[in-house]
Design a protein around this ligand. Structure first.
Ligand code: SAM
Length: 151
């Protein structure tokens, strides 16, 4: 999904394969959010290495929307989104982009290291929710895409 340069922080340029990764993540997120709609109290999208929301493709002038913005643009959006990111500049830029792109979405931001933040909210999720989570925890490759649930 191409976007205009908004002048906010972006982080490192990415390879062209990022688009393929986004297509796969969006495909599974769409299956999940649509398939689980109406079956659980809450569908939660959790992304541990969220980034800034925009990435420039290396050696081109193209800027693409990151996976968090693509997840917010799904046909049947999740009920809640949790974005974790260790770099405060990236998290601030992501927050600004999300507020512009999806102002009414229910979004929480967690600044910190993925392994620590994930332990905290997994515990909270298990203890409090009657919902289901789409849990994206890989950074540069799509090696660990998993869902967790509790009825
Ligand atoms: C490639 S970017 C993510 C892009 C995003 N997932 C996407 O596809 O649009 C990876 C991000 O992970 C963040 N990061 C790296 N190590 C981290 C860690 N241990 N915990 C949380 N975030 C981390 C980096 O600051 C960077 O913004």
């Amino acid at each position: 999904m191409d976007v205009d340069d908004d002048g906010l922080f972006r982080g490192k340029d990415v390879g062209k394969q990022a688009e393929e990764k986004h297509a796969i993540v969006s495909f599974y997120a769409k299956l999940f959010s649509t398939g689980m709609k109406g079956k659980w109290d809450e569908r939660v999208y959790i992304e541990l290495y969220a980034g800034s929301g925009h990435s420039k493709i290396r050696d081109t002038s193209r800027i693409i929307a990151g996976s968090p913005l693509q997840a917010l643009a799904l046909e049947h959006p999740f009920d809640k989104y949790i974005f974790c990111e260790t770099n405060p500049k990236a998290l601030d830029a992501l927050r600004a982009r999300v507020e512009r792109a999806a102002p009414s979405a229910n979004v929480s931001y967690i600044e910190g290291i993925a392994i620590k933040t994930s332990a905290k909210f997994c515990l909270r999720f298990r203890l409090t929710l009657r919902g289901i989570a789409f849990y994206l925890c890989a950074s540069s490759t799509l090696t660990t895409l998993e869902s967790s649930s509790k009825r």
